[in-house]
Write a protein that binds this ligand. Structure first.
Ligand code: ZN
Length: 333
């Protein structure tokens, strides 16, 4: 079956539930099923019958990924690489379980992420501490360790061959220190994980896509984040693929908006840095004002109430991450 020619509109009802979508040049997205519809994407790259999976969702995403592979007329043994943008659990939680199904696959991750995949206990404990064990198990399912012989470090000198195309890696700090950008020469696109922002399709307006920065805990850093965004812009890719959520073609406009937002996030957090107890509420309120004003100017079709529901999790995580950043710069000063 020529998967590149498959029309997603002809997909079976089973596939429709996966949110499987075909882009140009052998790139596909599917919905990982995490949290809500169209929140967390897993991408597939197919070239001459070889597959790479970009980010693996959580453990609960694995049956969906395996089903998508089957829908493409391929098998788990066709997966050559599981490429992780970073080791946050909505990206890497499912990697170990998926790897256990894919006998030919190597897992590719930032050098700082390797130890968390080999022995996930520390990462898992941290997640349980933040969310409680019950919630962590309900939302992420756990993590399966990966044998070090099945892991490749994604350094800037690494170049992988998938079918007829090359895949390269850039260090991409700013959202997390264990983050890489994944450059696919075949599609002239960059898989940006969380370091080129978030762009939910619900926020699209007649003006196009709306993109915003995620400063979720605990390694947000404005200066390196801006450098990472600029590097993507300078590369002038045809598209970027975000984990939240998928393809973005207005790369330069989105990049400009992200650069301004990073400054705005840092400025509003710094304004409340001296506060004690009311700090989180003040930062959350300013963040909400900033994003809602920008969404209004963008011509968002959603009501204030709908925006509050859609962005509640991000506003909370972004606030928490800005507080982590304030505490870090204070500790280092
Ligand atoms: Zn992340």
């Amino acid at each position: 079956m020529n998967v590149s020619a498959t029309n997603p509109s002809q997909a079976s009802s089973k596939t429709a539930g996966l949110g499987l979508r075909s882009y140009e040049n052998g790139v596909w997205s599917l919905d990982s099923g995490y949290f809500r519809d169209s929140f967390d994407a897993v991408h597939l790259i197919e070239d001459r019958g070889e597959l790479a999976v970009v980010d693996a969702g959580t453990q609960f995403s694995v049956p969906r990924i395996l089903q998508a592979i089957q829908e493409l007329g391929l098998t788990p043994d066709d997966v050559r690489y599981i490429l992780l943008t970073h080791v946050h659990l909505d990206h890497a939680g499912g990697a170990g379980l998926l790897a256990s199904h894919c006998n030919q696959a190597q897992v590719v991750v930032h050098p700082r992420g390797v130890r968390h995949l080999v022995n996930p206990s520390k990462l898992w404990q941290a997640v349980c501490q933040v969310y409680t064990q019950d919630v962590a198990e309900r939302d992420y399912g756990g993590m399966v360790p990966i044998d070090p012989s099945h892991i490749i470090e994604a350094t800037e000198t690494l170049s992988l061959k998938l079918g007829s195309r090359q895949i390269n890696f850039w260090d991409a700090p700013g959202h997390a220190l264990h983050h890489v950008f994944i450059l696919d020469e075949g599609s002239n696109a960059i898989f940006t994980g969380d370091t080129f922002g978030i762009s939910y399709r619900e926020l699209d307006s007649p003006q196009g896509a709306f993109t915003f920065v995620t400063s979720s805990p605990s390694q947000f850093d404005p200066q390196t984040h801006k450098a990472s965004v600029m590097r993507v812009m300078q590369a002038k890719p045809k598209a970027v693929y975000l984990t939240h959520y998928s393809e973005l073609r207005q790369v330069q406009a989105a990049g400009e908006a992200l650069l301004q937002q990073i400054d705005s996030y840092a400025a509003l957090a710094s304004r409340h840095g001296h506060r004690g107890q009311g700090r989180a509420q003040a930062i959350a309120a300013d963040l909400e004002d900033l994003l809602f004003d920008q969404l209004k100017a963008h011509g968002s079709l959603l009501s204030q109430k709908e925006l509050k529901t859609l962005l509640a999790l991000d506003l909370r995580l972004n606030t928490d991450g800005l507080i982590c950043w304030l505490d870090r710069i204070k500790a280092n000063s």
